[in-house]
Write a protein that binds this ligand. Structure first.
Ligand code: MG
Length: 155
C-alpha cells in the first residue's frame, strides 16, 4: 500500500462556469487555467502520482504545452491511472476536499463521485467528496479562487 497527497489552487477569472470533479457548474466567474482548471481532479492526479512515486502533473502534462490547452482533466486523470497501473498500482480509495466560498457543490456531489469512480475504475463507495469554505479568511475566503485537496491510497 502506498499513500499520496495532492493540492491544487486556481484563481477565478472571466467566465460563467467552473469545472469541479469533471462537472461543469454554473458560477458568476470562470477559472484562470491552461487546462479546464479542475482543482479537485488536479489534486487527485497529484495524489496518485505522489503515491506511485511518479512526480507531479506538471512533469507529465507541462503547463504551456499546447497539447494540454483546455484539456479535459478527466482524460488526464485516466492517463495518470494508467501510469500507476503500469507500476502494478490501483486506487484503493480516495478522499477529496474542495475549499471554496462558492459555488456550492452539494447538488453535484453524486455526479462528481460517479465521474471520479468511473475514471479510477473503482466503485463509488471508495470515493469521498467533501467541501468546506475558508470562513472568509485569506484569498479563498475573499472569493478570489478555489482549492482542492486529495488523499489517496494505492494498492
Ligand atoms: Mg491545476
Amino acid at each position: 500500500m502506498r499513500i499520496g497527497f495532492g493540492y491544487d489552487v486556481h484563481r477565478f477569472g472571466p467566465g460563467r462556469s467552473v469545472r469541479i470533479g469533471g462537472v461543469t457548474i454554473a458560477h458568476d466567474r470562470g477559472v484562470v487555467a491552461h487546462s479546464d482548471g479542475d482543482v479537485l481532479l488536479h489534486a487527485l492526479m497529484d495524489a496518485i502520482l505522489g503515491a506511485a512515486g511518479l512526480g507531479d502533473i506538471g512533469l507529465h502534462f507541462p503547463p504551456g504545452d499546447p497539447r494540454y490547452a483546455g484539456a479535459d482533466s478527466r482524460e488526464l486523470l485516466r492517463a495518470v491511472v494508467k501510469l500507476a497501473g503500469e507500476r502494478g498500482l490501483a486506487v484503493g480509495n480516495c478522499d477529496l476536499t474542495l475549499v471554496a466560498e462558492a459555488p456550492r457543490i452539494g447538488p453535484h456531489r453524486a455526479s462528481i463521485v460517479a465521474n471520479v469512480a468511473a475514471d479510477l475504475g473503482i466503485t463509488p463507495d471508495r470515493v469521498n467528496v467533501k467541501a468546506t469554505t475558508a470562513e472568509g479568511l485569506g484569498a479563498i475566503g475573499r472569493g478570489e479562487g478555489l482549492a482542492g485537496h486529495a488523499a489517496v491510497l494505492l494498492v
